[in-house]
Design a protein. Structure first.
Length: 85
């Protein structure tokens, strides 16, 4: 995010991250593997919808997510990428 001289946001980073349905846990990839974190700054983010969908399709990711209802949100607005603007 970039602020102007008055402290207002002028630009944001528009990436996609994976969150649980309530948006309080974020999928994170670290040296120890996959985990859920409540720290948004540790969330794994992707540049495009295609990238996130390819990542989620990996069997080890599907196994980790299991029955968790996940959604994909924009990092700058935290809205679902499927919500209409």
């Amino acid at each position: 995010m970039i602020l102007d001289l008055k402290g207002k946001i002028t630009t944001t980073v528009h990436k996609i991250c994976v969150t649980n349905y309530t948006k309080d846990m974020f999928l994170s990839v670290s040296s120890s593997g996959l985990n859920w974190t409540d720290n948004f700054n540790l969330a794994s983010c992707f540049d495009s919808e295609q990238e996130v969908l390819e990542f989620i399709e990996h069997p080890y990711v599907q196994e980790f997510i299991a029955d968790v209802l996940e959604q994909y949100i924009w990092t700058d607005t935290r809205k679902s990428i499927y919500e209409s603007n």
